[in-house]
Design a protein around this ligand. Structure first.
Ligand code: SF4
Ligand code: SF4
Length: 301
């Protein structure tokens, strides 16, 4: 029974620690370009299981206060991506294998399309699917103006993962009520001006079109990685990419990357707005943003 199997898959995911789990049937991807279609990874895919894991609110709050970056880099980046998600996906995969199905865990991040096709007309390994889009296709949320995946539970505060399987599971209805209200706080809070205010990019899933603004990763990247002294307390006068500050070396060594912006606009300002305006399911005792967001006034003095 598809519904019994689906219920079991969801139960296993939740018991293993998933905050969100939903199912997309393969027809939801009929408008996806071939190079980002689930079949470019696993040609027998019938269902995509979307799994959302929340980033802890305190890790974002302490970066918002300008006090502590390690919780985000350890818990909400490395631990989610490299420890918790692989464990949860593996539990789902093994359960499906035990029932005679084949299932593929889709981790994050990707080393996408770095190979060449092994047969004429084949996809370029490794294939890549958008985990944000899988989340939408599985009914767990929508795309904000910022391009980030937004859920009614956590707003932008989760990372998405997936399992592709040949099992025909029962799909969840799409979420068509918007979480995003176009407030523009993500844009105003982004020091890199990486987002645009018009929803010009369309993602068609089934009969529904999700729209988000254009996003420029080249503008985001230097701020995200902490190369602007107004938004990083760790830079020194002699810092450069060839001579990174000791804290970046520590994060890179310990957690294999460093995130310094910690979503000042795209995550924290968005969360703050969605929480304060009552658009998320939960409320918290302290707001994400109290007063004005900090900017270092005398960088490198
Ligand atoms: S900050 Fe406002 S406009 Fe931007 S994604 Fe969030 S809700 Fe939408
Ligand atoms: S991570 Fe920072 S710089 Fe990048 S889009 Fe979000 S707010 Fe802008």
């Amino acid at each position: 029974m598809a519904s019994d199997l689906t219920m079991e898959v969801k139960k296993i995911a939740r018991q293993a620690g998933a905050d969100l789990v939903g199912i997309a049937s393969i027809d939801r991807f009929e408008h996806a370009p071939a190079h980002v279609h689930p079949h470019s990874i696993f040609s027998h895919t019938q269902s995509a299981i979307a799994v959302g894991l929340r980033m802890v609110r305190g890790a974002l709050k302490t970066a918002e206060e300008g006090h502590y970056w390690q919780a985000y880099n350890c818990d909400s980046y490395q631990y989610l991506n490299e420890i918790l998600a692989p464990g949860i996906l593996r539990r789902i995969v093994l359960f499906l294998e035990d029932h005679g199905y084949t299932a593929v865990p889709i981790h994050n991040p990707f080393g996408a399309n770095m190979g060449r096709p092994v047969y004429p007309g084949g996809p370029r390994p490794d294939g890549m699917i958008s985990l944000r889009v899988v989340g939408c296709a599985a009914g767990l949320g929508e795309l904000g103006l910022s391009k980030l995946f937004l859920s009614p539970q956590f707003g932008p505060r989760q990372r998405m993962f997936a399992v592709l399987t040949d099992a025909e599971l029962k799909p969840d209805p799409l979420l068509t009520d918007p979480v995003c209200d176009e407030c523009g706080e993500c844009i105003r809070g982004c020091p890199a001006e990486a987002m645009s205010s018009e929803r010009t990019v369309e993602v068609r899933i089934g009969n529904h079109i999700f729209r988000h603004g254009d996003f420029d990763p080249k503008k985001c990247s230097p701020i995200h990685q902490g190369w602007d002294p107004r938004y990083s307390p760790f830079l020194r006068k002699d810092s450069s990419r060839e001579n990174p500050p000791p804290y970046y070396r520590f994060l890179d060594h310990r957690f294999r990357h460093h995130s310094i912006c910690v979503g000042r606009g795209c995550v924290r300002a968005c969360m703050d707005h969605l929480e304060k305006s009552g658009r998320l399911e939960k409320q918290y005792r302290i707001p994400m943003i109290e007063g004005k967001q900090w900017v270092i006034e005398d960088p490198l003095d």
